[in-house]
Design a binder for this molecule. Structure first.
Ligand code: CTP
Ligand code: MG
Length: 246
């Protein structure tokens, strides 16, 4: 058996979560910015911040707010009594998700060596998933993504003609979620060198040629994207409140 090189990260340094929350939520339909809409009476963003703060390893959180809504977001977080042990900052976001993540990374304190990037739009991610990602990074993986096998068969198409161009083997596909976890220097390098359109942070790291590994994702880490997702999220929340006093 060959030895697997393991380089544990320095545990004196802190783990941070950057939470991009600056999107409008166009696919959800008209209304307030998605992160500020409520689930069970609590803003989606507050659920997402709580989910990150629930992980003991996460000591720093940077929320990336809609540019005109920074003061409102700060007030909202203060009003919801989040744990005082977590240092929470709010910064204004940018045009595209990756601009928002970059602005969040720029606000991180120096003593952070592991960074999670978590969509505000995934308010119900279980703490076990967050911890599995942090543990894998602390154990030496430079980039970690939670993922699940897709339920549907996926096809590639020609967007101009609508013709199907292929059917990738489903057993080779994974739908990836957040939080995605990174060695800070690796993520910073990816954000400074990769500029073209990508939809997640791991794919920027892949472009650097760095190995990205997968840990099991969770059904409840789904992204609130379309109106039906709000119905599902309300149901998950109601079940949690009924069964474990969440
Ligand atoms: N996001 C961001 N800054 C942007 C765009 C998106 O911080 N300029 C954030 C969103 O707030 C969300 C996460 O990135 O938490 C994932 O994006 P998505 O689900 O696409 O959210 P929206 O962009 O808000 O939704 P839509 O694409 O339907 O407008
Ligand atoms: Mg979007």
């Amino acid at each position: 058996m060959s030895a697997i090189p393991i380089s544990y990260k320095d545990t004196n340094l802190r783990t941070a979560a950057v939470i991009p929350a600056a999107g409008r939520g166009v696919r959800l339909g008209p209304g307030a910015p998605k992160a500020l809409r409520t689930l069970g009476g609590v803003p989606i963003l507050v659920h997402a911040v709580r989910a990150m703060a629930a992980a003991r390893a996460v000591q720093v959180i940077v929320v990336v707010a809609p540019p005109e809504g920074t003061a409102e977001v700060r007030a909202l977080l203060d009003a919801h009594g989040l744990p005082g042990t977590t240092d929470i900052q709010v910064v204004p976001g940018g045009e595209a998700r990756q601009d928002s993540v970059r602005l969040g990374l720029a606000a991180l304190p120096d003593d952070v060596d592991v960074v999670l990037v978590h969509d505000a739009a995934r308010p119900l991610v279980p703490v076990e998933t967050v911890e599995a990602v942090v543990d894998a990074v602390r154990a030496g993986a430079p980039a970690v993504v939670p993922a699940l096998p897709p339920a549907d068969t996926i096809k590639t198409v020609d967007p101009d003609t609508g013709a199907v161009t292929g059917t990738p083997r489903r057993d080779l596909l994974r739908a990836v979620q957040t939080p995605q976890g990174f060695d800070r220097a690796t993520l910073a390098k990816a954000h400074s060198e990769v500029t073209d359109g990508v939809t997640d942070d791991a794919s920027m790291v892949e472009r650097l040629g760095v190995r990205v590994v997968v840990v099991p994702g969770h059904e409840e880490a789904f992204k609130v994207t379309r109106p039906l997702d709000l119905v599902l999220a309300e149901a998950v929340l109601a079940r949690r409140r009924a069964t474990d006093g969440y």
